[in-house]
Structure formats: C-alpha cells, structure tokens
Design a protein around this ligand. Structure first.
Ligand code: ADP
Ligand code: TYD
Length: 229
C-alpha cells in the first residue's frame, strides 16, 4: 500500500490552525479520502497527561530544557501510536503543530536555539518530516488577541475545564521571537512550508488551503515521465 501523506499546521496561538484543520479534514473526507487528525502536545493517553503538565498555568518553574524534552516525549508517543501507523495504512494525517512548533517556541521563544531541536528531532522522531506544512501567519497582534478571546470564552463556558493558558501568559517579546523563528523556518524550507500570511476570512483561507493540498496530492499521483534527472 502507498504511504499516506503527512500535513502539519503551524503558527502562533490564535492563528486559525484548529479551525482550518477541521475544515480541511471535512473537505478531504467529502472527497473520499481516509483522514486521521491529531494535535501536539496530546492526542494519545500519555500525551494528554504531558499536555496538561505543559499547558496548565499552575505548572511553574519548568526549566526550558525540561519543556523541550517533554515536547519530544509527547511527539515520540504520537508518532508511535498515531502518525506512523496511519501513514503506513495509507491515510492522510493532519497534525495541529509538530516539530516546527518546538523550533519556534523552545528554540526561538525560550532561546534554546535551533540546533538542539533539530538534533532531537533526528534522534527521537527518526527525522520523520511532514510532506507539507501549512504555516498560518496572520497579523501578529490579531493572532494573540484571538487566542486570548477564545480562552476567556472557554473559561467562562466551562469553569472546571482544563486550564491551558501557560504559554498565552508569555509577553510579546517571547511571541515576537516565535514569529521570527517561524519566518526563518519558512525561508529555509520553501518546498515543505507554505506560508499563508495576512488577514483573510476563514472561508478564503480554507479555499487557499484546498487548492494547495489538491495540487500537492495530484503532483504526488502524477506518473513520472521516466526521464532520469
Ligand atoms: P489556533 O488553533 O491556531 O489557536 P483557532 O482555530 O482556535 O486558532 O482560532 C482562534 C480563534 O480565532 C477562534 O475563535 C476562531 O474562530 C477565530 N478565527 C480563526 N480563523 C480566523 C480568521 N481567518 N478570521 C477571524 N477569526 C478567525
Ligand atoms: P494549543 O492549544 O494546542 O495551541 P493553540 O493555542 O495554537 O491552539 O497549545 C499548545 C501550546 O504549546 C502553544 O502555546 C504552543 C506550545 N507548544 C510549544 O511550545 N512547543 C511545541 O513543540 C508544541 C507542539 C506546542
């Protein structure tokens, strides 16, 4: 069976990843594709426990290297339990955040640098790279304001729901470094990473994403001309 296709969504908190991932999943399924969706951190039983440790704002004093190691521990489990089996079964995997988040947030935001993130990715993820990464980069301020509004809405809806605000409490300098690191990743890997910048409606961005994904899947299925390069 042909290997599936691995797509990741990246961007700041509030950039619209979760919204677009759900819409793309529905669109692919409506076209008869087998789709598996997941997110990081989380998605597995162990990963959900790591997620609450990492995102709960009551968790204090995590050393940056501990945070980095926990992100990769979660990812190793997600690859073993979800991503690799789904790719082996020929599915399209849609993952909300992956190693680019670690490079942006721990490498950039926490200033650990790119090297330890890429080294750990090699060792822990066997260098499993997405076939396509959709990087959503609306205006910096708009993104963060949306994430904060969403979190306030969720908190007032479910007073005993999970508290996932630890990162959202970081200051703008932290997020500016994350944003800059995302730009650096996109410049370094222009084939894998497609950037969708600027403020467009949810529907417009969905249409752009469908066009990109349809082209990539068609390219992949097109028989090669057999001309050696
Ligand atoms: P993320 O998963 O990147 O944190 P979400 O998909 O949860 O982002 O979106 C955060 C909030 O912003 C949600 O309330 C969502 O409805 C809203 N939103 C998402 N995309 C857009 C957009 N293009 N324009 C305006 N609001 C948006
Ligand atoms: P999540 O709610 O999934 O993201 P969003 O707010 O965009 O919907 O929260 C995940 C948080 O964890 C987010 O602030 C980014 C952070 N994170 C890292 O710092 N490093 C990582 O490797 C990953 C996967 C996430």
């Amino acid at each position: 069976m042909a290997r599936g296709y691995f797509i990741t969504f990246e961007g700041l908190d509030g950039s619209g990843k979760t919204t677009q991932l759900k819409r793309l999943a529905a669109w692919l399924e409506a076209h008869g594709r087998s789709v598996v969706t997941t997110r990081q951190p989380g998605g597995t039983l162990l990963g959900d426990r790591v997620r609450s440790l990492l995102l709960d704002s009551k968790t204090t004093g995590i050393a940056p290297m501990t945070e980095l190691a926990l992100m990769f521990a979660d990812r190793a489990q997600s690859i073993a339990e979800i991503i690799q089996p789904a790719l082996d079964a020929g599915s399209i995997v849609l993952c909300d955040r992956y190693s680019d988040s670690t490079e942006a947030y721990q490498g950039g935001g926490r200033q650990l640098g790119t090297a330890p993130v890429r080294d750990l990715h090699q060792i822990i993820c066997g260098d499993l790279q997405p076939d396509l990464t959709l990087l959503l980069l609306p205006d910096f301020e708009a993104s963060l304001a949306r994430a904060r509004r969403r979190n306030e809405r969720n908190a007032s809806k479910q007073s005993n729901g999970p508290d996932e605000n630890r990162f959202e409490r970081e200051n703008n300098e932290f997020y500016r470094r994350v944003y800059d690191q995302y730009h650096a990743i996109a410049e370094r890997e222009p084939l894998r990473v497609v950037t969708i910048a600027g403020d467009a409606s949810i529907e417009d961005i969905h249409q752009q994403i469908c066009t990109i994904v349809a082209e990539r899947l068609a390219d992949r299925n097109r028989p090669s001309l057999g001309i050696p390069v």
